[in-house]
Structures are given as structure tokens and as C-alpha cells.
Ligand binder design. Sequence first.
Ligand code: CA
Length: 243
Amino acid sequence: MTLLPSDPEAERSIAAALVVEDDPRSAALMQTILEEIVRRVVVVNTATEALDALAESSFDVITLDIGLPDITGLELLHHIRELSDAPVIMVTAVDTSSSIVEALKSGADDYLIKPIRPAELRARIGAVLRRTGPRAHEVELYSDGRLVIDFARSLVVLAGVSSTLSATERRLLHALVTHAGRVLTHDEVIKQVWGAGYEGTQANLHVFVSYLRKKVNARGDAHQYIQTHRAIGYEFVPIEATP
Ligand code: CA
């Protein structure tokens, strides 16, 4: 299980970024954007060059294209993780959600989908650096290799199939995942999702939980992420990532 927290006050200055990208237009765009917030930006076009750059110096953040000319970005990620614990943001084409799951399972910190949008790249860089900061606490991402929950994007990816979360579903799932492994009472969940003055009934909560279950579990799954404790509440039960 990976729980990646964030704290907006833990922003740090960025000294060096490595961009691994073979597409010249994407590389040039990323370099321009990163140079606004990073003191030194190194752009390389192949995995071999990336490993050479990592052997020479250290980086505070790495962006890694999945489609590279020599080996895949996923293979390169495994090599990088032996050399560096810098946050890695995978950059990928739209239709490779199974690659995203694989990348997060292999130690990537986040991902960006092409085409690169400048504001999103800045936000993602800021977010991974905050997450790796020391005072982090709020969960933004859950990943165990099968299920990925991206709270920043209100997105659930289950075995490569993605679905979006409504605002209420997102708050509900966030409350459960933040307290993973402990039972939240119905009242606690209602307070976190709808606020203290909520006048509705528990029936409403049960309806939203049933919607969420369809998104985090496939039909016939043995493991139930959201477990019911009769007359008490709900519990998010993670599964440990296989190494
Ligand atoms: Ca590429």
C-alpha cells in the first residue's frame, strides 16, 4: 500500500530537474516551464543518457516519458529507483492506464497525461515536492498495484479501468482511505462528508457507499476494500502491494 500525503506549507525550492523525453516539442515545452521554477534543468532523449546524467549528479525531481527509443520508461524507472529516491513523474499518452498502474506500483510518484498542460505540470511538480516534504499529512494518492485512487483528479483506476468520482464520492472515499484500517462510525463519516450540521439520514450514506463499492471493486472480487461493520460504520481495508 502507498499513501502519499501532502502539505501546502511544505513547499521547497527546487535546485535541479531531469527531463527524460524523446519528443522534441514536449521536451522543449517542459524545459521552458521548468526553467521558471527550477534552477537547473537537464533534458535527455534516451534512457542511456538519463542513467549517465544520474551517475553524474543528483536531481530533486525527474519527469520520465514512458515511450523512449532505447528501453521503456517503465524499465528505466526500475533502474532509477536503484540510483535515486527523487520524486518521479511519469509522462504518458492518454490510453495507457495499465502503464500508469504499473508505474505507480514501481515507485513513480505521479503521472501526467499528454498533451502537457503548463499549469498542470507546475502543479504536479509542486505536489510531488510537497509530498516528499517532512510535514506531510493529507493523503492524495492511494495505490496498491491493482487499485489506484487519485484524489487530486477525482479518479479511480481499478485493474486498468478508470472511473471518475463525484464530489461527494471523493469526500467519502477520502475520509475512509485517510483512516484506512480503522472503522469510521456512520456519524464520523457523515460529519466528514456533509459537515456537522447535516440533517440527512444514514440511508443517504449507504447509497453513496454502494456507488463507491462499484468503482473500487469488480464483480466477483474476493477482497472488499470498503467493509461494512453492521450498525457501526465502514472501514477501508487496503491490500499490501506485492513487491
Ligand atoms: Ca516518447
